[in-house]
Ligand binder design. Sequence first.
Ligand code: IPM
Ligand code: MN
Length: 357
Amino acid sequence: MRKDIAVIEGDYSGPEVVREAVKVMKRTAEVFGHQFSFTNVLMGGAALDATGNCLPQRTLDRCLASDSVLLGAVGGPKWDDVDRNNRPETGLLRLRKGMKLFSNLRPARVFPQLAAASSLKPEIVAEGIDFVIVRELVGGIYFGVHETVIENGVEKATDTMSYSEPEIERILRVAFETARKRRRGLVSVDKSNVLDCSRLWTKVFHRMATDYPDVQAQDMLVDNAAMQIVRRPSQFDVIVTENMFGDILSDEASMVTGSIGLIPSSSLGETSCGLYEPIHGSAPDIAGKNVVNPIGAILSGSMMMKYSFGMLEESAAVDAAVNRALDEGYRTGDIMSDGCKKLKTVEMGDLVASYIS
Ligand code: IPM
Ligand code: MN
C-alpha cells in the first residue's frame, strides 16, 4: 500500500520524538512492503515563528489531503505571551476543528514491565489498569465564545459551553462501538447535577444505551470519576466524556499508568484520515538533549497504521517491538529503574526499529 503522511514535528521535544516514530514507520513499511511518504508541515510555535500564523492554510490543506497526520507536541514558554488567537495551542485546536476530528481515543494501560512506575499502590495496580478514554474533541467550552471585557473598570472574562444533540450522539456512538470491541463496559462522565450540557448528554446516553443492550452502560459524575480513577481503576473499560473533562481525566489516567511518555492517541472524524500524537506535551525542560521518551510517538504511528490504514499486522509488529525493548530492560530516563539499561531518544528509536520483523 501507498500512504501519504503529513508530519507536524512541533515544538521543543516534538521533533525529537516524531523523528523516531517516522524511523520506525519507515522500517515497518520496508519489512511489510509498503510505501510511506512523509511530508513535513508547520503548525504551532514553529509555524508562528516562520509564517506569523499558528496554523497556515497550506498546512490545513496538506493535512486534509493526506492519508493521516503524525504530530509531536506544540507550545512552550517561548510563546507564553502570544495573544490567544495565535497561540501554538490554538493552532492545534483549529487543526482538530478543520479536520473535523471529533473523537479522541486515549488509552490508559499499565505496561506490566513498568507497573512499579504507577503512582498507585502495587495491590491496586495488580487488579489491572486497562481502559480507554473517548474524549469529545471539537465542541464544548473549548469552542464556545471566549470573551474578556472591561465593565465599569472591572475586567471580566466569559467562556461558554454548549453541545447539540447530534454532537453528543456521534461521540457516544463511537464510545458504544469501542466498548463492544473491548470488555463491553461504558461509563459516561458528566456533571448533570449542575450543567445543562451534561443533562442533555446523559439523556442521549440513556436513550442510546437501549440500542446497545450488550454494553453495560453507566453514568458517573466527573468529580466522582476523578476519584474512582485513582481509587479503583480496574473498574473502567471505556470512559466517554465531553472535551474539557476528557482533557483533565486523561492526564490523571496517564499518571496512574506511570508512563505518560508511552501513551499514544488517535483523533478521528467521519473519514479514515486522522491525527495521531503522543499525549505528553512538548516537555521544554528536557528538550534538545536526546533524552525524551519516543515510545508514545512510536505507538502513535502504530495506532495510525491500525485505525487509519487497517494494517493490523504492521501495528502489532510495532507494539511487539516496543514490548521486547521494555522486556529486555531498555528504558529512557523518565521510566528508568534499578537494573535497567538507559537509552537516549535516538537509541530507543533505533532499537525498536531494529526489532520490527
Ligand atoms: C491535550 C492538550 C491540548 C488540549 C492543549 C495543548 C490545547 O492539553 O491534547 O490534551 O487541551 O486539548
Ligand atoms: Mn491535555
